[in-house]
Every structure is written in C-alpha cells, then in structure tokens.
Write a protein that binds this ligand. Sequence first.
Ligand code: AFP
Length: 344
Amino acid sequence: MEQGQTLLRRIELYAGADPQRRAVAAAVGAIAAASIAISELIGQGALAGITGQAQGSANADGDVQKDLDVRADEMVQGALKSVPYAVLASEEAEVLVPGDPKALISIAYDPLDGSSNIDTNMTVGTIFSIIPNDPGVAPFTASGNCQLAAGFVVYGPQTSLVLTLGDGVDIFTLDRAARTYRLIRERVKIPADTAEYAINASNHRHWEQPVRDFVDECLAGADGPRSKDFNMRWIGSLVAEAYRILTRGGVFLYPADSRPGYGDGRLRLLYETHPMAMVMEQAGGGASTGRERVLDLAAKSIHQRSPLIMGSIDKVKRIELLHNDPDAASRTAPLFARRGLFRV
Ligand code: AFP
C-alpha cells in the first residue's frame, strides 16, 4: 500500500465483491465516519457542552455514564444504521441492539473508552470488533478467534485509527482538512522485548502473586533477576496504552484482582479485550488472561469482563509462565525469591 492511501480505499480493496467483506468494509467505514464527528466534538470540549460530567445514569456494568459516553454511542449507532448488521453489542446499551437477522456480520463496540479522562483533557477512544453472524449460533457466544476485523480510534493530539482485517495491522491518521483517514503505518510489528510496563500500581495488595512477582522483578531493575531497568506508564485509557505499545512495545496489565467485582479484572471481553487481543496478535504481540489467550475466551454474557495482559510477546510469555509455574519466580533468582534468605 502506498503511504497516504485513504482508509476508504484500503477497505474497498479488501472487500472486492465478497458480500461478507463488503459488510465488514461498510461497518469500518461507518465507524470511521462517526469517529471523525466524535473527534470534532471532543476537540470542542466545554465549548460544545462536553464537560465529562456524569449523566446521572449508569451503564449495564454499573459504570457512571458521562455525557460524551451517551452522545458517542448515539453517533456510532446512527452511523451504523446504514450498515447491514444482525446485532450490536455496545458498552452503553444494557441489551443487544437487534438489526437484520439475515445480515452477515454483528458488531461489538465501546463508543468512548477512557471517558473518566474527558474532563482532564486526556486521550480517549472508540474500540470495535466485527464478527460473522452465523444464523445457527447465538450472537457473541463464539471465541474471539472468530473476529473478522477489529480496531480502535485514538482521540489524542492526532486522531488515529488502528485496524486489522485479519492480515496485519495498519494505522491511519485523520487528515482533518479533508476529513479523511490516511495510511501512516502498515503491517505494524510490536518490538518484542521493550522494558516498559503499564499497570495501576495502587492495586498491588489486590493482585494475585504472579502479577506481584512480575512487577517486583521489574522494580528490582538491573540489580534484580531481569538484569535491566524498567520504565512504567499508566494513563488510565486503554486505547492510549495500546497505541503506545504498537509504537514502542512494552506490556499492559489489567489483571484479575481480589476487589469485589474485579475477579475478572475491569475490562470487558466483547468490546475491549477481544478486539485489543486481535490487534496485538496481528502485530506480533500477545494477549493473555495470564493463564490463556484472550482470543480463546467465549463470552457467557455481553458485558462479561476478562483480565488483559497484552503487548510485547516476551513480557506476555513471562507473565504466563509466572501464572502457570508458581516456582518460576524463585527459580529465576534464588537470592531474590520469596523463600530466599535475602528477600525483603
Ligand atoms: P473509563 O472508561 O471508565 O474511564 O475506564 C477506562 C478503562 O476501562 C480503561 O480504558 C483503562 O485502562 C482502565 O479503565 C483504567 O482503570 P482504573 O481507573 O481502574 O485504573
């Protein structure tokens, strides 16, 4: 693909004459169109009446709905009215939104992820997952491996759209003057061993031991079992963390923890961790619960949560080892082990 190729041209070439691919392309095009309007709205902020304040309502998962959560959902659903979908699953809708049962695709999306950052002028985003509609199968009950396409929009200093159609990851940036997304990076590959991790460290006491072991190894730095210093980030916006990882590698963790309601972490499977997992694996990275691939999970309910550990493949594999082999931490550096003489 030539640099600067438009997103619409890219999805047109992908679709060809295949009916299901044409439905996927229509869905990506509609979400992209909605995202341009959402980007302009966010850019106006309080001038457009966007305050990030609570609406006085909550979504199905009990999250307080911000004004822009609801408006973004209306904008995405409005754009999708022109798309032949069987069912929609939205973070902001308690139940599935029915469409045409004979349609070839269904769509799960988070219209505005990171909305607690709106009033602080921080990066937020839209996340989407497109799956086949199999008439004999209840919607959104197959594993994440069935996804036809997935991606997310980052409303940051640039508005950029990350897309996988099942054959690599491409990144497009919004040309605001032309109101068109243009290709800036194709077949993105995540650096395999970047020494950077992202986790909300305030939850340390709630984590399972393997997560504590991994973070402790990072904190021990060059003096510890990993023999190198690590950097840490936590933005509180999944799309911003994911975009950074696609740019320079590293690992993001939102693990299960012992807080009530956090037994499967905070992030939702259908419209957050499934799409992120497809993007990460298509970019040569990994996405795990700590014990298994996120893409191997199948939802039992539309707002089901799942732990998410994603990014550079060596970090994801290390964290899985610590989960699946409890003695791995102590074998790595006996002097630093929990049961060692020098553990402090
Ligand atoms: P909001 O959409 O409620 O702001 O949540 C954002 C998010 O789902 C994800 O984008 C962040 O990575 C994560 O929550 C931050 O969670 P903590 O606030 O618990 O750190």
